[in-house]
Design a binder for this molecule. Structure first.
Ligand code: BG6
Length: 300
């Protein structure tokens, strides 16, 4: 059952935590305290934005052209791609990147941590519609820790009676001062499949600079990535030891215009660096076992 704003406010009373309707039917958790501010949509458990105290620019980017519609993925923030990444392997009618990002989740717990950060736990709501897309019993939870850094932990439990294969990614849109000025470090020497070049594998030489459409799945790498942004005078460190795949995406101008929900020149203000397990790194999860994908985003 969906939680109403009144129910949420009655059940979860914490300083710095609030519940609002952002658009009709679009319920959002707001956090504002000494450490940071953030907004999280109950649809998709989608972090919409995050800004640590002392930063002028947000760390997580939400498109000014994002449309807040029930059942439609929001452009920006941290969409949760699960239980498959990209197109479904056998059935192209199933939604790209799975369904976790477009269905309702429930807030299960909210607590203050000693350092004044707030930790939320959300659980995906299984329905008849989700069962049609994914006929398995795999409860999914996302813990979100909003503090001086942003922590996310996506846990899949296989409560069914056979093994399942999971593809997943935290499809994070990072805010950048200008896409042409940044570089992404940490993937040097890694193998990637290039979606812009028919998935031909290649090896990353040096840091990534972006000057045209980029859509790559890097595999077998769990090193930290760092977005170096001279314009915002900051480095965003992405720590994701359980992630074997990193997806780097920027649609560039022409594709962005066709997409229609990136806002004017929005492609210049974002880069997706997604931590996950995709392609050959998909997770084989035996019955009775759990798997967690954890990330932390830290401004240096
Ligand atoms: C990236 C994919 O992860 O997500 C791209 O590699 C895709 O191919 C992009 O275009 C955005 O996907 P969507 O479904 O949110 O438009």
């Amino acid at each position: 059952m969906q939680q109403s704003l009144t129910e949420l406010a009655a059940q979860f009373k914490l300083d710095g935590l609030d519940f609002v309707e952002h658009a009709p039917g679009y319920r959002v958790i707001k956090i504002e305290n000494s450490q940071a501010s953030a907004e999280i949509a109950l649809q998709g458990a989608q972090v919409m934005n995050y800004k640590p105290a002392g930063q002028e620019a947000p760390v997580i980017w939400l498109s000014p052209g994002a449309s807040f519609k029930p059942g439609k993925s929001l452009r920006g923030g941290v969409p949760v791609c699960w239980p498959w990444f990209g197109p479904h392997a056998e059935d192209s009618d199933k939604p790209a990147h799975g369904y976790a990002r477009t269905v309702d989740w429930r807030l299960l717990d909210a607590s203050h941590q000693e350092d004044d950060s707030i930790r939320l736990t959300l659980g995906l709501l299984e329905t008849e519609a989700t069962q049609l897309l994914w006929p398995h019993v795999t409860p999914l939870q996302l813990e979100i820790q909003v503090g001086a850094s942003l922590g996310l932990r996506l846990t899949t439990h296989n409560a069914g009676n056979k093994p399942v294969q999971i593809g997943e990614a935290l499809h994070t849109y990072f805010a950048v001062s200008d896409i042409a000025d940044i570089e992404i470090q940490g993937l040097e020497g890694a193998t990637f499949y290039d979606k812009v070049n028919q998935m031909v594998p290649a090896t990353q030489q040096g840091p990534i600079k972006i000057g045209s459409e980029v859509d790559r799945v890097y595999v077998n790498t769990h090193a930290d990535c760092v977005i170096v942004d001279p314009g915002y005078q900051r480095r965003i460190r992405i720590i994701a030891p359980d992630s074997q795949s990193t997806i780097v995406w920027n649609p560039w101008q022409e594709k962005a215009e066709k997409m229609g929900d990136l806002g004017e020149n929005g492609y210049r203000r974002m880069v997706c660096v997604e931590s996950g397990n995709a392609l050959e790194n998909c997770i084989h999860l035996p019955q009775g076992e759990s798997h967690a994908l954890a990330v932390e985003y830290r401004v240096e």
